[in-house]
Design a protein. Sequence first.
Length: 503
Amino acid sequence: MKRFIACIAIATLLAAAGCKQGDTPAPAAKPGAAYDSGGSLKGDFGPPQGKPIEAVLTSPPHVPPPTGRDYPAKVVVELDVVEKEMEISEGTTYTFWTFGGTVPGSFIRVRQGDTVVFHLRNMPDSKMPHNIDLHGVTGPGGGASSSFTAPGHVTRFTFKALNAGLFVYHCATAPVGMHIANGMYGLILVEPPEGMPPVDREYYVMQGDFYTTGKYREKGHQGFDMQKGIDENPTYVVFNGAEGSLTGDNALTANTGENVRLYVGNGGPNLVSSFHVIGEIFDKVWFEGGTRYNENVQTTLIPSGGAAIMDFHVEVPGSYVLVDHSIFRAFNKGALAILKADGAERPDIYSGKEVDAMYIGDQANANLAAVGAAVKAEKAGELTVDDQIEAGKALFAGTCSTCHQASGEGMPGVFPPLANSDYIAADPAHVPQVILHGLQGPIKVNGKDYDSIMPPMSQLTDDEVANIATYVLNSWGNPGGQVTKEQAAEIRKVKPANASEGH
Ligand SMILES: [Cu+2]
């Protein structure tokens, strides 16, 4: 009976004749092959024409120009694997393994039907062998087995890009998770034959999760933590390989009245991204990087090893914040980028004020440079109180100013002042103590009563606590002084009676 139903189903689908109960389909019939599956079946436009073309590769956030071709060509891609130390956060370095010297790797753009001749070169000073698996390749391994490349070697393989779409590529050398976690991924766009609809600006953004031995923003060089990787417990979740890679002076830019397109990938290795732009609505999303688009989308899911294309028209000037809306990742692990739109105000559409430091905090500012300078000074054994104050000021923005205000004045009846605080004057050690353990219950500051809760900020590293405390002690008429990172480490260990539990 089951077989009979299956037979009917297939018969309906294929409009094939002669399917009776008990029939064994003749081996020659191959009914499935008559079905037009589209995709790869329609993606072969014959042999490559014209002279071979050298692919234009771009570093993020740039995207190569459209191919502008209406015929299939032979496209030569030359990609270098480079292992190099770069900053993952201000003052924190990490040894990345890269395709093309950047994380994510170079953006590759071809046309459906193109024959791609892929050269993978592993630089002689690499310590590891690497390879590449492109999700846009039809064939087992996606190129991985043909591209295993030892340091100082080059491999070559060829594929025909049969399916249009936006595809992730990544290293697939064991341990695969580690190679991807070290930054070995990027995007290849296989344009449909007619090309993508033209827009004013195209950008390349790719999310990745990173696993360092130290805490988030722990300074100095950080190693890879395999156990954190296995536990899927990243220290950093960032766009384009580093915290701040797309903020401050590095922000993406646009003008009002323009159409902006984002090619967004997710290298993982573990997390799925809930990609969102605060203050915009995606007019179109080619979800999962495929052929169909959805319209009027707020947040789009990008799987690990997946991608999406999104278009939006910019009406209102100001800063738009790109985030993974799994929001702790944005504010506590680095998954935050800015698109800055210039143009005339549009009060008819939006009367609100510019998104400010209160919301996006220190991450929107380029001023974290002061934090890096303090780290260098400390390494050299030359850290001064002034270095600490500068670094502390940058960190105070966003972390503390949300409640106590940038002026340190606080808010009457709600947040006590840090400016001229007699609570601080009574015992300057209160400052690092309150930062690390929080504070709850009734207190009196400058003659006014407060009975509220400050959550502990124990996620801050010892030197962040030291720098913020030193800044507070030396600002707004407070008594001055210095807190060292060793002192912060000691204070972290001892919980006072009025500590808050973090609510
Ligand atoms: Cu690799």
